[in-house]
Structure formats: C-alpha cells, structure tokens
Design a protein around this ligand. Structure first.
Ligand SMILES: Nc1ncnc2c1ncn2[C@@H]1O[C@H](COP(=O)(O)OP(=O)(O)OP(=O)(O)O)[C@@H](O)[C@H]1O
Length: 211
C-alpha cells in the first residue's frame, strides 16, 4: 500500500474526515475548493496534527493516535511541492536546490544532482533568481528541490496551477516520468478531472465538507 489514511482533522469550526487506502503509483485527491485537500497534505507532511486516526505511507506509520506515534516533519522524509511553491526569493535557483539537498537525511540520494537537472530541464536556470522565472520554470525548480531531498514520498499540491496552458503538457509528462522512473508514492491534489484521470492509479474524491 502507498497511502493508508483514516483521520479526522479540525480546521476552524470544520471537522474533516478522510478514509482511504491506495496502491502503488500516484494517488490523486480530487474535489472542490475548500474541501480539505491541502489540509490532508499538511497532515501527511506533519504540519497539521489530526485530532484522531492513523496515517501510514509505504507501510511506515507516520501518525497513529492510539499508538502515540507522531513523527516530526523531518522524520517523515516527504518532498512537498507547495501550491505557492515557496522558493526562497533571495536565493538563486542553485541555492534553492542546494537547500533541498542539505535537508537530505544522509545515505544515498533518490536522484543525483545532474540527473535531476536533466530530468527537469533546469540546468540553464541555476544562476537565475526566482522572481525572473516563468511559472513553469519556477514549478520545475520547486519539484527539483523536493526530489533532491531524498524523499520517501512526494506531496504535490496543484503543481500545474502556476504553469501556463502551453507548458502544461510538458510538466504533466515530467510528473509521469517521476512517477514511472522513481516509483515514489505520490499524493497529488488537483481540481482538473482530465489531469487526474491521466496521472492517477487511484482517485480519492474529497467532497465539500458539511457546514
Ligand atoms: N488554518 C485554518 N483555520 C481555519 N480554517 C482553515 C484553516 N485552513 C483551512 N481552513 C478551512 O478548511 C477548509 C479546507 O481547506 P483546504 O485548504 O484544505 O481546502 P482545499 O480543498 O485544499 O481547497 P483549495 O482547492 O481551494 O486549495 C476550508 O474551508 C478552509 O477555509
């Protein structure tokens, strides 16, 4: 199993429940705005603590309330591509990528530096500042930073949101390569049904929460 999730999260006055298991490959969370997709990614990353339940990724329990397991975000070893990318604006592309590598928890990296630059097509961007990049370029750098941290799994929050329509096919193909070549479990958020159907082995519908 890639993701075994059975949790309840509190967000303000809302109580959000999720319960699913998924096999290998890419698992997509699909649902309307405000349904709680990002909240679940944050809980899997260890940035939001559930009020009860269990989160297990590739057989490793990350959170289990009844067994008093709650790994820190660093221990969970996730590569998180945030919806708003969160590149450091004062650092070059090279330094943003090196920051990802410094977070790597020793041992072998999932991907070598050169292979990552080649896979993502970002070698020519190393000396640029994030503010000078197009949406698609910045997205590829954010994916590179996540991959270089030797993640055990990836969380991707609407990775096509800041990519212009003409470049979407290119980034989609790249995500397919990551899925197929690296074989990392990926939890992926999108509003776009066609995108989800193309990429996902498992689609989890996240309905709008009851008011
Ligand atoms: N820190 C917070 N405090 C209170 N409520 C929050 C907080 N963060 C999110 N929420 C609420 O929780 C619900 C789920 O938000 P979340 O961002 O997880 O949804 P989403 O499905 O990812 O939405 P979108 O597709 O628009 O990004 C929303 O109603 C949101 O307003």
């Amino acid at each position: 199993m890639s993701f075994e999730i059975d949790v309840v999260l509190r967000r303000g006055t809302l109580s959000l429940s999720y319960s699913f298991t998924s096999g290998p490959g890419l698992t997509a969370l699909f649902g309307p705005s405000g349904a709680g997709k990002t909240s679940l990614l944050d809980a899997v990353a260890g940035l939001v603590r559930p009020s009860k339940g269990r989160i297990c990724v590739a057989g490793t329990p990350l959170y289990d309330r009844s067994a008093a397991i709650d790994l820190s975000p660093e221990q969970r070893r996730c590569g998180y591509v945030f919806q708003d990318l969160r590149l450091f604006p004062h650092l070059t592309v090279r330094s943003n990528l090196e920051f990802g590598m410094r977070r790597a928890a020793g041992g072998q990296r999932a991907l070598a530096w050169d292979h990552t630059l080649e896979l993502l097509g970002i070698a020519a961007l190393l000396d640029r500042m994030p503010a000078t990049l197009s949406g698609g370029e910045a997205q590829r750098v954010a994916i590179g930073r996540a991959l270089l941290s030797t993640p055990a799994f990836l969380l991707m929050d609407e990775p096509l949101a800041s990519v212009d329509v003409a470049r979407r096919g290119e980034v989609l193909t790249l995500i397919e390569r990551i899925r197929d070549e690296l074989r990392l479990p990926i939890l992926y958020v999108s509003h776009d049904r066609a995108e989800v159907e193309r990429l996902a082995e498992t689609i989890v519908n996240v309905p709008a929460p009851a008011p």
